[in-house]
Ligand binder design. Structure first.
Ligand SMILES: Nc1ncnc2c1ncn2[C@@H]1O[C@H](COP(=O)(O)OP(=O)(O)O)[C@@H](O)[C@H]1O
Ligand SMILES: CC(C)(COP(=O)(O)O)[C@@H](O)C(=O)NCCC(=O)O
Ligand SMILES: [K+]
Length: 274
């Protein structure tokens, strides 16, 4: 049985977790940020199951059937590999006794610039190494990002804009009269020319994000006709459903994979295998 390790992607909205056993991704899940007190407790967990319980989302216990019949041996804290774009959170996670923060210099992507988000670099690296370069990654997260690399695994570049949730939140919070629109997983698209405020907000945000995605994808295919595209992030399913309605030929060519960053982290672990 391979070495157990935990991967943690710290995004601006929430935490994304993965439990690896060797190079096998065993389980992946999301949680809110954890309180500092909870993080300090993690170091005291005596078994893996206790640790997993502490970092499980409410009502969903992440566990690993004990393959061994023997009682769980006292746990030395498993390695925790952290990729974070939230410096204040990164600092808190340093208190965990066996933390390894992944930094841009550890990602073998070429041509990166110093402030490139580690999440963008790792997702692109994970997608490219899994499905091949040239690769464009769309991350529908707190921010919606486009990040691309060419056939030589060299950064082509990308773009950053407010994600779906951020756009709705900004309209609701920064205006006097607009409601805070929650985007449940609406099966149907709003009317483009809406006749009520809520639908007008949905239309404005959704159609422009979809048009932007289409525009960047067409520009990508102009540059790299055989370029691949992968999409991750909390809004990926919602946006994919809409793309399937509006631009089915584009939707059909998207690789939908939430765990791109974890594939990128695994590449790094395997590259540096002692
Ligand atoms: N359970 C959820 N909690 C938070 N955001 C969610 C959730 N489900 C979907 N989302 C959507 O996903 C977006 C956050 O995407 P995610 O990839 O989780 O963020 P990040 O990696 O930036 O923290 C939010 O803007 C929101 O629209
Ligand atoms: C753009 C991001 C905030 C996206 O993060 P997320 O939406 O996943 O929380 C993150 O990639 C970041 O902090 N980037 C640094 C700037 C750059 O990539 O150029
Ligand atoms: K993200």
């Amino acid at each position: 049985m391979g070495k157990i390790w935990l991967a943690l992607e710290i995004g601006n909205s929430r935490l994304h977790w993965a439990l690896f056993i060797g190079k096998k991704l065993y389980s992946a899940w999301n949680t809110h940020y954890l309180a500092e007190s909870v993080i300090q407790q993690l170091a005291k967990c005596q078994t893996l199951d206790h640790l997993l319980l502490a970092i499980s989302p409410p009502h969903q216990k992440i566990s690993r059937e004990n393959t061994s019949s023997s009682p769980p041996s006292p746990l030395s804290p498993p390695p925790l590999l952290v990729a974070s774009v939230v410096p204040s959170q990164t600092a808190i996670w340093q208190t965990y006794p066996n933390t390894r923060v992944i930094t841009l210099d550890q990602v073998s992507l070429k041509g990166v610039y110093p402030t490139l988000g580690i999440d963008r670099a790792l997702a692109l690296w994970g997608a490219g190494k899994t499905w091949g370069f040239p690769m464009l990654v769309i991350d529908a997260g707190t921010a919606l990002t486009f990040t691309a690399a060419d056939a030589n695994q060299c950064l082509v570049g990308g773009a950053i804009l407010p994600g779906l949730g951020l756009q709705f939140a900004t309209l609701g919070q920064q205006t006097g009269q607009l409601p805070l629109v929650e985007m449940q997983n609406f099966p149907s698209l709003p009317s483009r020319f809406a006749l009520n405020t809520t639908e007008a907000i949905q239309s404005g945000v959704v159609y422009t994000i979809l048009a932007g995605i289409k525009d960047f994808i067409e520009a990508w295919w102009q540059l790299f006709p055989n370029g691949r595209i992968a999409i991750k992030g909390g809004d990926r399913t919602l946006l994919l459903n809409y793309l399937q309605t509006l631009y089915p030929e584009i939707a059909a060519r998207l690789i939908v994979e939430q765990n791109l960053i974890f594939w990128g982290m695994r590449e790094i672990v395997m590259e540096h295998k002692e």
